[in-house]
Ligand binder design. Structure first.
Ligand code: AMP
Length: 212
């Protein structure tokens, strides 16, 4: 099964993608995670991507499309995948369509997670991530048992630089201008299902399972 998860930053698509990936034993392919790894390892892609990410801008299509092609070529993606945070422009969607067609792979369904802007700002600004195991928390909705410490591995929790207020506004504007048209691209192909993501994560996951 091959799925694409779309939606604005902070809508919770990463959390839902991780849950579905475990539930269906599929690889969760997060472009944001791939890029953050590249930045941390100072690879050529990471060096190119860093300034765009720091400013809440999109990394150029040719860079992310290259990262995706390499990731999809890995053996675990042959049995299916969940794409999270890709495509984010119509150009990326067209490039993905071409790559998949060349490999005789089809997308089964595209899920578009939606929540209002105020909820997205509140979710993004309260997010905290574990520096070691990557688990995510939220100051209000999912607080760690001990402030600033990961419940799972005891490492320190941090806020992503791009979850700080000035960058959040920029990311949401970039989403409206550049990524929202991707939903229209898949709607026109009859592949899009909208998921209301205003509810708590468990309820959203239940809606997703029902829609699958
Ligand atoms: P995310 O973790 O999905 O919120 O992504 C974090 C950042 O990585 C974004 O703000 C962009 O700078 C970059 N990024 C992630 N996915 C893409 C993509 N498909 N195209 C361009 N930039 C991306």
């Amino acid at each position: 099964m091959n799925y694409i998860f779309l939606g604005p930053p902070g809508v919770g698509k990463g959390t839902q993608a991780k849950r579905l990936a475990e539930h269906r034993s599929l690889p969760h392919i997060s472009m944001g995670d791939l890029l953050r790894d590249a930045v941390a390892n100072r690879t050529p892609v990471g060096v190119q991507a860093k300034s765009f990410m720091d400013g809440g801008k999109l990394v150029p299509d040719e860079v992310v499309c290259g990262v995706l092609v390499e990731r999809l070529a890995r053996p675990d993606a042959k049995a299916g995948f969940i794409l999270d945070g890709f495509p984010r422009t119509v150009g990326q969607a067209e490039s993905l369509t071409k790559t998949l067609a060349e490999n005789k792979v089809t997308i089964d369904r595209v899920y578009d997670f939606q929540a209002d802007r105020a909820a997205l700002i509140e979710r993004l600004s309260g997010r905290r991530f574990c520096t070691k195991c990557g688990h995510s928390f939220h100051l209000k909705a999912l607080p760690p048992k001990q402030e600033g410490i990961c419940d799972h591995c005891g490492a320190t929790l941090v806020q992503r630089d791009d979850d700080k207020p000035a960058t959040i506004a920029n990311r949401l504007d970039v989403y409206t201008k550049q990524t929202a048209p991707v939903s229209d691209f898949y709607r026109a192909k009859g592949q899009l299902t909208v998921i209301d993501a205003m509810a708590a994560a468990d309820q959203v996951f239940a809606s997703l399972l029902k829609a699958l």
